[in-house]
Design a protein around this ligand. Sequence first.
Ligand SMILES: Cc1cc2nc3c(=O)[nH]c(=O)nc-3n(C[C@H](O)[C@H](O)[C@H](O)COP(=O)(O)OP(=O)(O)OC[C@H]3O[C@@H](n4cnc5c(N)ncnc54)[C@H](O)[C@@H]3O)c2cc1C
Length: 489
Amino acid sequence: MPQAKRGLTPNPHTASRRKFLRQLAMLAPAAALAPGMLATTGCKVELGNEDTGIQSSSDAVIVIGAGIAGLAAARQARQRGYTPIVFEGSNRLGGRILTDRTSITGAVLEQGAQWIHNAGGTQPLSQLFTLANITGTFNTDFTNLSLYDAAGVAVSGGTQTTYQANYAQLLSTTVPGAATATRSVRDALQVANPSVLTDALMRYYLTTGAERDLGGSIESLASQHINSIARYPGTTETLPTGGWDALITYLAQGLDIRLNQRVTKIDTSRLNQAEVTTADGKLHYARFVIITVPLGVLKQDASSTNHITFNPELPTGKRDAIARARMGNTNRIFLKYGSQFWPATHCIGYASALTEAKGKFPLFINHNMFAPGTNVLSTFALGQYGAAIEARTNDQVAADVTAYLRSLYGTGVPSPTTTVVTRWGQNPWSFGSSPYYNTGLAPQDIDIIRDGSGTRLRFAGDHCRKDYLGTAHGAYLSGVDAALGLPIL
Ligand SMILES: Cc1cc2nc3c(=O)[nH]c(=O)nc-3n(C[C@H](O)[C@H](O)[C@H](O)COP(=O)(O)OP(=O)(O)OC[C@H]3O[C@@H](n4cnc5c(N)ncnc54)[C@H](O)[C@@H]3O)c2cc1C
């Protein structure tokens, strides 16, 4: 029998009296309560919860998830006078911000978010990094590129410029011009300009552009919403060289965060308070619950290891919108070498033959540009290949990458000494990398998924901002939004 049930049911009379007192306290002004019945602190009504030891009070907010959205929500709630407690299911902070300092000695590997998109100025994460006094940045110039065609021959700067302009044209005009509600980007191109789909070099631009940037394959990206993601005015793609984890540490300062607390049930059926159950069977009470688990978790059914039951069930419209939305599956591969055998450009691009899988290692990031001497290259498994790579072992992936690099730099290319492969699709805390505008999903769906008004439940996370869908800054802003939506105490 689960622990909470044991704790709640030894004496039905006592249990229902406690329940009654909690209900009373949440409804009644503190002054109206009989002295001694409940402890009061200022205007707060403290409700001792003998079952769990966790206090539930009229200013209590439970935040589910300690990713950037959850931390932002908790900080904002605290600023508004609430007492937030963050329940995090895994054993660490940060969620899909995951700075790996151990897999390759001396190197900082960002397994999740890496770039502050359109950094500087009003970009909220740029502002936060500055506020937190976290220094050390590098602006990746994706046009500082050694690009090779399928035969391993360098593509000239002039050809690159032409293709970049053509690619920009495809996204700004061709795809929107052929867009319908059900057409993917690929299908729109098939209708409007099919020759680009059989051009290996253009496939490179579509993959490293749309698929990397937006997080879905061109077969599933919605043509109608190819330009629905808003951009800040900044023009740089900036990576914090010291690691994103410094930002997470900063945001977590002073918060009450409980790790290894997987939430299994959220009950908002009572008038007076919300009830959250954790995997250990314990019950926790709060006035509001802000749920920031990823879309991938919201999509899980009861057979999953990380399914959350809602009571009452989420409204049909919201469940339908969640079902329509999809997680992308971008994966990253980090490779450590004894020395640098590649050119000293920011990036290396490989427009592989059309017979190769699309999305398979099209772009390499040269870590020596921002972490000199580490001799690390990282690459991507994008779009449909992002899911495919998860079935391969690290050794197989290392062999695949080596074969690619040998076709560019010759048979002398060594095997990497260490290979790190992310597998976000299999990650039970996210079930994917990030949401994107897939065919069938509309911006209004994001509003529906986010909407929690009128209940004790609020939603946040990178699936809750239609303008900055699937980004760390969108996640941050969504957390702030959710807490700002709580009534002022
Ligand atoms: C490979 C990759 C590259 C990316 N690159 C970039 C980039 O360069 N720039 C950018 O802006 N964005 C990038 N992103 C997206 C960015 O990382 C995410 O948008 C952002 O981190 C999401 O934050 P979040 O708080 O919404 O979700 P998360 O960070 O996923 O946090 C949710 C938390 O909920 C927890 N949780 C899940 N289930 C439960 C449960 N049942 N009970 C309790 N806790 C639970 C999870 O463990 C997690 O800690 C990238 C993502 C990936 C995966």
